[in-house]
Design a protein around this ligand. Structure first.
Ligand code: HEM
Ligand code: HEM
Length: 185
């Protein structure tokens, strides 16, 4: 398999980033959902949000690299068997997934830095608070983060179902291209 995308296939870098981001997003959703229900006496009360924030910011860095890679290295062309509607829906769906990912991460950052304190990423380095002036920032960003996280996970689920439909019902190589198993290169 090639590192770069080709006109017909995703390359190893795009594939690795896709699945790493997908696993991380699902993990962050589960961790976030679980950690907001913890009480003060749980030993995870402080650690779980620290992990959630640190992983979330590393994901943000990975997504910036992914977008740069996407622009530097165009993805494969749509399959010939995909009609106008499928192509449009795919493009729109992927666009909303990209925007949704950044919006969830930015709203999380705004909750965590609302009090002006930086975020420590696993104690390795700190990310400073840049915006602290939004009225009721912590609460507003918290609500936005919760709704957006739900929206993102539901859309990702529909996206996965679409990929499975292409694989099992249409029997086209859409999913194979994202696991590096399509024939044409
Ligand atoms: C795609 C990435 C992310 C996903 C899917 C995600 C998901 C979630 C979910 C589901 C919750 C629980 C919401 C609730 O029920 O109130 C949550 C809470 C939280 N997240 Fe994230 N998150 C992500 C990234 C981030 C990032 C990058 C940060 C900060 C740097 C962050 C900071 C927080 C904080 C502080 C809370 C607690 C909010 C509260 O106490 O109400 N998240 N997240
Ligand atoms: C949270 C989970 C997920 C997120 C955020 C996500 C996001 C994305 C994004 C943004 C793209 C567009 C890539 C590009 O060309 O720039 C993509 C492509 C793709 N994803 Fe996912 N994905 C997730 C999970 C999944 C799962 C579980 C599957 C399979 C069951 C899947 C299958 C695919 C396939 C086959 C493509 C390529 C589609 C095409 O060539 O038109 N994804 N995904």
């Amino acid at each position: 398999m090639q590192w770069r995308n080709s006109p017909h296939n995703y390359g190893a870098v795009s594939i690795a980033m896709h699945w790493l981001v997908a696993l991380t997003v699902i993990g962050l959703f589960a961790l976030g959902y679980w950690m907001v229900g913890l009480n003060y006496y749980s030993s995870w009360y402080r650690t779980a949000p620290d992990i959630h924030k640190s992983v979330g910011l590393l994901l943000l860095a990975l997504m910036v690299i992914r977008v740069v890679w996407r622009f530097a290295n165009q993805g494969p062309a749509p399959l010939a068997s995909h009609g106008r509607f499928t192509r449009l829906a795919t493009k729109a769906g992927h666009g909303v997934l990209y925007v949704g990912l950044f919006a969830v991460m930015m709203s999380g950052y705004l909750i965590s830095t609302a009090d002006g304190r930086p975020i420590s990423v696993f104690g390795w380095f700190e990310v400073p608070a840049l915006i602290t002036s939004i009225p009721d920032q912590e609460d507003v960003a918290g609500l936005v983060h919760e709704y957006l996280a739900w929206g993102l996970i539901i859309l990702s689920g529909l996206h996965a179902l679409a990929a499975l439909k292409h694989h099992f019902i249409d029997r086209d190589p859409t999913l194979k291209r994202m696991v590096g198993r399509a024939d044409a290169s």
